[in-house]
Ligand binder design. Structure first.
Ligand code: ATP
Length: 425
């Protein structure tokens, strides 16, 4: 077992592509640590640097208190499981699982007993004499896991091990991996872009974006109290409502947040009020999860947002209301982005509501015509607010709805996407 420490680690690929930027993480001995983020954010590169498959450009990697930058993959005593299992196709399941023991020249009788034991633990003992090509995706991943576990490494490195499996199998194997790895107590670094995997498996999660660390914390910390609007937008389904608002500090009342013609008030007794007051007359971003909005009959009782239902979607256990509320939606993917989008992703329309939000977030500054791509601020969503309704309750398309806002759960971010109030970790 081993602690893993990354100290200001950066990776620039030949050709100048910077994949990881100044990343510092401390992963405790025995911790199940998940690297989460969208495609291209540098998760796999980070994992491969820890494995020794990719050179570290600058910074230090420490494994069990030892500087490991120059160690070979074998010297690091880590085991990696890839997305596709990566098994030897001409070797049986038995030989694939036993391969690390064969390399280590372990006692043959003892090795074969351990292989059988491992296969039993993973529920693949009936397949021991089959070739990988005859296995299902889930069975192949179990074999890959078995091969990684059997050598009792100091660190497990898993790169999206479930992403090629169908949803049901993914859930099953997710539970199994969680149980198995926890049982072994081996430090695990697990890469995924799937928030459910991250939230369910991790002791702690680090969220990466464009190679930078956005946030790190336990699943409840990251979900309930994200450090940035990007993280708030990345976690949770349906996606959090991110709305542009202009704060106005009003003595005796609180900080009034103007959202178009609507308003919410953070009373002075709320510790966030003084922080958001510092953004007086600037633009802030409110993060309101759909379950922090509850239909109410009385628009004058407590904080309320109102709007017209554009669409009602039936989701079985609930209805999802898409509501036009005359508010400006902010695109989580672009707020506070430090890296310019690739040319293909740039140049999307910034007109209409998106354009208004963009100009709000830039303090009304007009975008100069020039080579800099315009960050996309706006929404792909069909309406401005998403709210959950437990029943249809007489609502339909075009109905006017008042939504009581659970103010305690509203997150407030500055225009740079960072929380205005201190983020406790
Ligand atoms: N060998 C390479 N040479 C040059 N650039 C690379 C190389 N490998 C990755 N990159 C770039 O580095 C960035 C990070 O890639 P990486 O594979 O680490 O991201 P990721 O978060 O794991 O993405 P995904 O979820 O799609 O696998 C991307 O912009 C990618 O194009």
């Amino acid at each position: 077992m081993s602690a893993v420490v990354l100290d200001s680690v950066s990776k620039v690929y030949p050709g100048g592509q910077r994949a990881v930027a100044d990343l510092s993480l401390e992963i405790a001995d025995g911790e199940f640590f998940v690297l989460l983020g969208p495609s291209g954010c540098g998760k796999s590169t980070t994992l491969r640097m820890v494995a020794g498959l990719e050179e570290i450009t600058t910074g230090g990697l420490w494994l069990d208190g030892r500087l490991a930058n120059e160690l070979t993959p074998r010297e690091r005593n880590v085991a990696m499981v890839f997305q596709n299992g990566a098994l030897y196709p001409h070797r049986t399941v038995r030989d694939n699982i036993g391969f690390p023991l064969e390399i280590a020249r372990a006692d043959q009788a003892e090795a074969s007993a351990r292989v059988v034991e491992m296969a039993r633990a993973l529920g693949i003992d009936p397949t021991l004499d089959r070739l990988p090509g005859t296995l299902s995706g889930g069975q192949r991943q179990r074999v890959a896991m078995g091969r990684a576990i059997i050598r009792e490494p100091a660190v497990f490195l898993m790169d999206e091990p479930l992403s090629n499996l169908d949803a049901a199998l993914r859930t099953d194997l997710r539970v199994e991996i969680g149980g198995l790895v926890r049982g072994l107590g081996v430090t695990t670094l697990y890469v995924t872009h799937d928030q459910v995997e991250a939230l369910t498996l991790a002791d702690r999660i680090a969220v990466l974006r464009d190679g930078f660390l956005e946030d790190v914390g336990t699943p409840p910390q990251i979900y309930e109290s994200p450090a940035t609007a990007f993280v708030a937008g990345f976690l949770g389904a349906p996606q959090i409502n991110l709305l542009a608002a202009v704060p106005e500090a009003v003595p005796g009342e609180g900080v009034v947040l103007h959202l178009g013609t609507q308003r919410l008030v953070i009373p002075w007794t709320d510790p966030r009020a003084e922080h958001v007051a510092g953004h007086h007359a600037a633009t802030v971003i409110l993060g309101i999860r759909s379950d922090a909005l509850r239909p109410t009959g009385d628009p004058h009782l407590g904080p309320v947002l109102s709007g017209g239902i554009r669409t009602l979607e039936y989701h079985g256990h609930e209805w999802l209301a898409h509501i036009d509320a005359g508010v400006t939606v902010v695109d989580a993917a672009e707020v506070g982005r430090r890296v310019r989008p690739e040319p293909a992703a740039a140049g999307r329309s910034s007109g209409g509501m998106a354009g208004r939000a963009l100009s709000l977030l830039r303090g009304g500054r007009r975008e100069a015509a020039g080579p800099e791509p315009a960050p996309h601020v706006g929404s792909h969503r069909r309406a401005e607010l998403l709210a959950r309704l437990h029943s249809r309750d007489g609502y339909g398309q075009g109905s006017h709805v008042h939504l009581a806002v659970d103010l305690e759960r509203v997150l407030i971010f500055g225009r740079d996407g960072h929380r205005v109030d201190p983020v406790l970790r």
